[in-house]
Design a protein around this ligand. Structure first.
Ligand SMILES: [Zn+2]
Length: 236
């Protein structure tokens, strides 16, 4: 059994695609907020509502407010010391320098996370259960990653890291795997291409046969420079 399997929950069989998984993970966050963590019936009800468009995920303003109410402490570990910010989706992997992609973050967590994908870092480096990821961060991440998969045309994919299973570790597997390309670069492609039917083609081109962990070393020099400049500015 893989080491990560201890910290990752396999989704129920109804959850088949990246799109399903994002809604399922978000339904679990709603359940945690509502005091129904682990309540399968509640989670699947919310999942279905999200999936069918009968329930919208909470808007960013609400999440920014919740974050503000937390005060200036690390979104990951709660430490009030050496607070800067973290790009949830690293800039080097196509993340944007905008509030929806930023959370308060201590120097220690920032260094530890580096340019890793959020779930990859949480599960494989910190060895924590995926469901212990702070709700604010997870909520922001799921919205961001949904948009990125939409741009990549991978929302209907069933396995992106090539291990034959659909888990949260597949969500970040697209980041940085398309050489020299970012989600925004992808968006500049003709918008007329329907995304249905694309995922299989993309898998053959390489997304499916590479492993997400391999992408850690593919940070572009310019992306690294930008992060370092921001860190220097913040003294973190
Ligand atoms: Zn921290």
């Amino acid at each position: 059994m893989s080491k990560w399997a201890l910290y990752v929950t396999m989704p129920p069989s109804a959850v088949k695609t990246i799109r399903d998984l994002i809604f399922y993970e978000y339904a679990k966050l709603i359940a945690r907020s509502a005091g129904f963590a682990g309540n399968y019936a509640f989670i699947m009800k919310k999942y279905t509502e999200l999936r069918e468009g009968r329930l919208a995920w909470s808007n960013l303003t609400r999440e920014h407010r919740k974050e503000f109410e937390r005060g200036k402490s690390c979104a990951y570990c709660g430490s009030p010391r050496n607070i800067g910010f973290d790009h949830i989706i690293p800039l080097s992997k196509g993340g944007t320098d905008t509030p929806d992609n930023l959370v308060a973050c201590c120097a220690s967590c920032n260094t530890s996370k580096g340019d890793r994908d959020l779930y990859d870092w949480w599960v494989n480096t910190l060895h924590r259960d995926e469901d212990t990821l702070p709700r604010i961060v997870a909520g922001k991440y799921l919205k961001l990653i949904y948009d990125i998969h939409k741009e990549y045309g991978t929302l209907d994919s069933t396995d992106l890291d090539g291990d034959g299973k659909l888990t949260v570790l597949d969500l970040g597997a697209v980041l940085g795997t398309q050489q020299g390309s970012t989600p925004s670069a992808q968006a500049k492609k003709p918008a007329t291409t329907p995304h249905r039917g694309e995922p299989k083609t993309r898998n053959r081109e390489g997304v499916g046969d590479t492993h997400t962990r391999r992408t850690h070393n593919t940070v572009s020099p310019s992306g690294r420079g930008l992060i370092n400049r921001i860190r220097r500015k913040l003294n973190i």
